[in-house]
Design a protein around this ligand. Structure first.
Ligand SMILES: [Zn+2]
Length: 420
């Protein structure tokens, strides 16, 4: 495909402990890059929840790739067609690589609505049924840099029959071929990259078949679908991912959908995943919580401060009422603290000692508690700033650990958060 200029340069590949590298020459102008393992910037209609562009930019080192979803955008198709200049300009995004996925990972969508010819997405106004023709018409109005090909992903529920899983793999390949054909015949989509979707439910052979067949197509990267938190246990997920990545070319990125919890991220990186959808901080923010798990393992002064803070908290301050029950994504996890809790009423420490984000530099837990209790919108703004910063710092620590052969140390540290 004419537009395949994106390059994945891997600096380390260690079997069973992940890939470290940089995705280069991204976007139509080729001026962006993204380090892997890494995550995308999750948005709702192009906006990071609660944050204006200015507020977001108080954070440094944000991902160069912004994710938008057709489930949000589809209902605005006519407006976008009238606007003509693409979604990036419509949402005032300017300088970013735009990735358009089908569904929003933070909002589970109802199942039972795929057919041989259509998939459905759910926006604020309800269900929108997409044929490949409508899907491709939408991509032409969105004008992303990358998009996820149309896919039948409704096989993540446990107990899905083998026949149904096989059908989803076949349908997804047929959708991909149709998308690629329309793509190649479209001038508007010149230079745009397509990500093929790997399905296969929890059936190993179907996963492998889906990976192998998708890899034969001229796609720029792969989305691993149907492995989201809640759909299966980590051990099975790791096994399926490792089997699929065996089938995929080394030089194309693998994006895992629907997984964001730090412990799961680490396990999936070890299985060969490069990219994650960065929706986890949004979910934590929505329940009024703050990420405060420790991940400092190095002598880097910035991380050492975080480490120290974590040590202090381990001495009894942190509440661990979080539940790691993977079945419910809306439940609090053990990586966060609930600022609505009375214990933070007179806690004058920042959310995380040593965190350089706007919230931690300027405010204390007690103030956040007050904002949450009085239902001020500012609470979510400040939490989102911190949670985004903390999550990005976790990915930096993860890359550093990979570079220094310390992934096992980081893993122990993060898993400790779940058992303390
Ligand atoms: Zn902070």
């Amino acid at each position: 495909m004419a537009g395949c200029r994106m390059k994945l340069e891997l600096s380390r590949v260690v079997q069973g402990s992940g890939r470290l590298g940089v995705l280069k020459d991204l976007g139509k102008t080729g001026q962006h890059s993204l380090e892997v393992p890494g995550c995308l910037l999750h948005t709702h209609l192009g906006t990071v929840p609660h944050l204006t562009r200015d507020t977001l930019q108080t954070l440094s080192n944000l991902p160069a790739v912004t994710q938008v979803t057709l489930s949000n955008i589809a209902e605005h198709q006519e407006v976008l067609e009238e606007f003509k200049d693409g979604f990036r300009r419509f949402a005032g995004l300017h300088n970013t690589v735009l990735y358009c996925s089908l569904h929003d990972p933070a909002t589970p969508c109802p199942t039972g609505y795929t057919t041989n010819k259509t998939v459905s997405v759910w926006g604020s106004g309800g269900r929108i049924e997409l044929t490949v023709a409508r899907f491709m018409a939408l991509q032409k109005t969105v004008q992303p840099d990358w998009y996820q090909s149309m896919a039948d992903g409704e096989t993540w529920q446990s107990g899905t029959s083998r026949k149904r899983v096989r059908k989803s793999v076949d349908r997804t390949l047929a959708h991909l071929d149709e998308c690629l054909l329309a793509h190649q015949n479209s001038q508007e989509l010149e230079g745009v990259e397509v990500f093929g979707v790997v399905e296969g439910g929890d059936i190993l052979e179907e996963r492998v078949r889906s990976g192998r067949e998708t890899a034969k197509r001229p796609v720029a990267g792969f989305c691993l679908d149907g492995l989201q938190t809640g759909s299966m246990h980590q051990a099975l997920r790791t096994q399926l991912i490792a089997a699929v990545t065996e089938e995929l070319p080394e030089d194309k990125p693998r994006l895992l959908q629907g997984v964001g919890r730090p412990d799961e991220v680490l396990a999936c990186v070890e299985a060969g995943v490069d990219l994650f959808e960065g929706f986890f901080p949004s979910q934590v923010t929505e329940r009024g919580c703050a990420l405060c798990f420790g991940f400092g393992i190095s002598s880097d002064p910035e991380l050492a401060v975080l480490e120290l803070a974590e040590e202090k908290e381990a001495s009894g301050e942190t509440q661990h009422n979080g539940d790691s029950n993977p079945a419910d994504q809306s439940r609090m996890t053990s990586f966060e603290i609930d600022l609505k809790d009375k214990r933070y009423k007179d806690d004058f420490r920042p959310l995380v000692e040593g965190c350089g984000c706007y919230c931690c530099v300027n405010h204390q837990r007690a103030y956040l508690h007050h904002l949450l209790v009085t239902n001020e919108l500012l609470a979510r703004v400040l939490l989102m700033i911190h949670n985004t910063a903390h999550y990005q710092a976790f990915f930096r620590a993860l890359r550093e650990a990979l570079a220094n052969d310390k992934l096992d140390v980081l893993k122990r540290r993060v898993l400790k958060e779940m058992t303390d």
